[in-house]
Design a binder for this molecule. Structure first.
Ligand code: FPP
Length: 230
């Protein structure tokens, strides 16, 4: 008999390959991000249907400021549009939307749209959609330590640090998926990934399909079955 598919409680995605997807089609990079946003929407929907409780996405890293201003502007425009249209629907449907990263430096309109949705959905509990925007794992750890120091404490423990991360009150990701064949974390959820299963797939993010998501669940199920066994 086939073993039961295990659905992770928390799945996190490093959405890589948008630029290459566009380049392969002779299009500007921003078209890759636009297509990537559609896939993000599909993945949230499918994760919800599958019973995932927490979905995290790396949308903009602290290193992404090094890209051209045109590309940066297009990503923030897209995030604003996504917040006003899709995230607003999620909020109405009972999902909680969270942001991790320093969004205070984002273009005002994008920041305001995100803050509005985070506020609107803060008491929801159907599924958490957690967006990493201007997020960096090292900066998150440094901020947490500085916060603890500012409280006059001189000894810390793991729980205190966890409580000072953007992900406080969330379980660590059971699985982190990176698309596009790159096999590294690139400063994503460094503290939270201590025991995460890492799954690297060759598809570019905009090419991700529902079937691929289920292949990821299958791979995760296999890894879990081996956990702790010989
Ligand atoms: C990485 O691919 C992707 C990004 C830096 C941006 C991700 C953004 C989105 C998927 C859409 C906008 C987000 C939201 C929340 C609506 P890359 O550009 O590094 O691709 P490459 O490695 O092929 O160049």
């Amino acid at each position: 008999m086939e073993d039961k598919l295990k659905i992770p409680r928390h799945i996190a995605f490093i959405m890589d390959g948008n630029g290459r997807w566009a380049k392969k089609r002779g299009l500007p990079r921003k078209f890759g991000h636009k297509e990537g946003a559609k896939v993000l929407r599909m993945i949230v929907e499918e994760c919800k249907n599958a019973g995932v409780e927490y979905c995290s996405f790396y949308a903009f890293s602290t290193e992404n400021w090094k890209r051209s201003q045109d590309e940066i502007d297009s990503i923030f425009d897209l995030i604003k549009k996504f917040a006003d249209e899709e995230l607003d629907k999620y909020a109405d449907a009972g999902y909680k939307v969270k942001c991790m990263g320093d969004i205070s430096v984002l273009p005002e309109e994008t920041r305001n749209s995100l803050i509005k949705i985070v506020e609107k959905s803060k008491n929801n509990n159907k599924m958490i959609v957690n967006l990493g925007i201007n997020y960096g794992g090292r900066a998150e750890i440094v901020n947490a330590v500085n916060y603890i120091l500012s409280q006059g404490l001189n000894k810390i423990d793991e729980q205190m640090l966890s409580d000072c991360m953007y992900t406080c009150n969330m379980p660590d990701p059971d699985v982190i998926v990176r698309t596009s064949g790159e096999k590294r974390l690139s400063n994503f959820m460094l503290w939270q990934s201590a025991y995460s299963e890492l799954i690297f797939i060759d598809d570019l993010w905009p090419d991700l399909k529902k079937e691929t998501l289920y292949k990821i669940f299958e791979e995760y199920s296999k890894r879990n079955r081996r956990f702790g066994k010989e």
